[in-house]
Design a protein around this ligand. Sequence first.
Ligand code: FBP
Length: 342
Amino acid sequence: METSWGPPPTTDGIGTTLERHILERQRAHPQATGDFTGLFQQVALAAKLIASRVNQAGLAGILGLTGAINVQGEEVQKLDDFANRTLIKCVEASGHVCVMASEEVEEIILVPERYPTGKYVLMFDPLDGSTNIDVNVSIGTIFSVHRRVTVGRDGTLADCLQRGSAQIAAGYVIYGSSTMLVYTTGDGVHGFTLDPSVGEFFLSHENIRIPPRGKTYSINEGNAGKWDKPVSDWVSWLKSADAEAGRPYALRYVGTLVADFHRTLLKGGVFAYPGDKKSPQGKLRLLYECAPMALIAEAARGAASDGKGRILDIVPTELHARTPLFIGSRDDVADAIRFMGS
Ligand code: FBP
């Protein structure tokens, strides 16, 4: 039965803002200090600033390249750079983090001396889907929050290189037909839609659950020539006819992880960016792309794997490490793992 989304009824008819939602959850934790809520407010502020720039990108002269190449070897888009600086500026002054990490920055990002530091670690992909920025296709921001494991003023690389299962929160923002922020603290996944007229995120998708099985698969078929046999066999199987099992699946691929995952989260199915002969570890980054999406998928009763084990169990060894990714409906990911094991 398809889920129809919309703001849940509220007693005061105003709707539940993101801040209120987090505050209500914080009250359930008597030891909470408000630090987490404070950090989230800064991430949400950055998302609103980025959304407003994305929405008027064509007019604001912010399309195109900066001329720089980032640590991934990719040309940096002006909007990438804007989103990166906006997140850093909003969060570094908050007093809630001891260290940050970004897809756009080679080293860990420390908090300037003039600001206090806090107990959290924030890692992010400031603008996901860079190949879609200039063509007005949905793009996004992905973030992951950990509690620090070191002591002292500044955090270190060790604070960033934690397993995905140690995340205390994760989320993404999708800049699409509407701007939405989806987050989890591990128990339940909730979506908020930005009302630009009041500049507030309002709860519109409460307790999102991924259907156990879907009807679509999402993968860049253009890489088929580089796939190993298990991946080729799995994709051929998804495309093979079996009415009873609901196959063939339909192909849906936007080329923005946030957009392809968001559809999979709401409708079910499977998204994959496997390793291949050219890139055995695939393309997507573990710490600020795959691990946060995996925490969301599992909290929504879905699954996320590298083809062998849980993404959340992988012990990171490098800041910009990549990993193969199979994510989405529990049964669809189980099928992929079965083929990868064969
Ligand atoms: P960035 O844009 O943040 O570098 O992310 C990588 C990404 O664009 C994902 O959003 C997307 O899933 C994938 O790469 C698309 O890769 P490809 O163009 O090889 O299909």
